[in-house]
Design a protein around this ligand. Structure first.
Ligand SMILES: C[S@@+](CC[C@H](N)C(=O)[O-])C[C@H]1O[C@@H](n2cnc3c(N)ncnc32)[C@H](O)[C@@H]1O
Length: 296
């Protein structure tokens, strides 16, 4: 049965039972989630950079994360940028507006690209961004056509991250920069803890499997990148603030889950609960990466 005729209930069932999810299911998840993600996350579908000592979380945290990643590779006006797995284009539009660079966002989901184009027009950056359809494992881009490749919490969904880093290398010019941040298994998590804490969240969030930071570093080096750097972001931000990692917040979520009748919203709430538990157990983290394509 084609994925687009599944009811929300059937889609949720498949995500739970057909693990690891294949790309068609992941793409359908990312088509259906658009209204819920826009409501919960706004236009940036990724974690914020949470300062220590803050209270609420909001769009300014996500915008701070965009800038943190952009600044990590000194994004500059004039850079030609590819954002792989761009969602509805929040990071691409914000960065194009703030850094005056040109950005191409890539998504496999036509409805995301349509939403991204509307958001770009609304934000007044339509002449500096464009959105293309395609998958990370076969980028629809010419060799050596970008100065920068970015990813914001998209690579964890890619069924073949090795291919993605090889493709990123191919489309970058010599001396080009790669930067991104992603959901990761914390270093040193054993098989039993991975099964206990990470498998549930992968099923909730349409993630084939979580790798740790050193695994990404190895894939980037194997693709040909040098100056590869990995930072576990628990060392530089208040990761727990973004997640339901305390017993009180878990209890609040449990009440919401019990009251929720909409299968897709319930999946998201259950996902927030499993993420919070994985954060509290120290099994999950967010990592950021920078790397360069050698200039000769
Ligand atoms: C968590 S969202 C992040 C979206 C965006 N980077 C942001 O931060 O707003 C993950 C994105 O990865 C995309 N994605 C999933 N699998 C993909 C693949 N194989 N190639 C490219 N994008 C993919 C999804 O459609 C979605 O847009």
């Amino acid at each position: 049965m084609s994925t687009d005729v599944l009811s929300d209930h059937e889609l949720v069932e498949r995500l739970q039972s057909l693990h690891p999810a294949g790309q068609a299911l992941i793409d359908e998840y990312y088509r259906r989630c658009i209204p819920a993600y826009m409501e919960f996350l706004g236009i940036d579908w990724h974690t914020g950079f949470y300062l220590h000592g803050g209270d609420d979380i909001g769009p300014e945290d996500q915008a701070r994360m965009n800038r943190h990643i952009a600044d990590s590779i000194s994004l500059a006006a004039g850079d030609q940028v590819l954002d792989v797995g761009c969602g509805v284009g929040g990071p691409a539009c914000r960065l194009a507006r703030e850094y005056h660079c040109r950005i191409t966002g890539l998504t496999p989901v036509p409805a995301q690209a349509d939403a991204a184009r509307r958001i770009a027009r609304r934000m007044g950056v339509a002449e500096r961004v464009d959105f293309r359809l395609g998958h990370a494992g076969a980028l629809p881009c010419a060799d050596e056509s970008f100065d920068v490749v970015l990813f914001f919490e998209s690579a964890c969904h890619f069924p073949d991250r090795r291919r993605f880093f090889a493709e990123a290398f191919r489309v970058l010019r010599r001396g080009g920069r790669l930067a991104g941040e992603d959901w990761l298994a914390a270093e040193g998590v054993g098989t039993a803890d991975a099964e206990r804490w990470l498998s549930p969240l992968c099923r909730h969030w349409a993630i084939p499997a979580l790798d740790d930071g050193p695994a990404y570093v190895e894939l980037m080096r194997a693709a040909g990148f040098d100056r590869v750097r990995f930072t576990d972001m628990r060392t530089e931000m208040d990761l727990e603030r973004g997640f339901a990692a305390t017993p009180t917040r878990q209890a609040d979520l449990a009440v919401e889950i019990a009251a929720c009748r909409q299968p897709f919203t319930r999946l998201i709430l259950e996902g927030l609960a499993s993420l919070g538990r994985a954060v509290a157990a120290g099994a999950f983290t967010i990592g950021r990466f920078t790397a360069e394509k050698p200039d000769r």
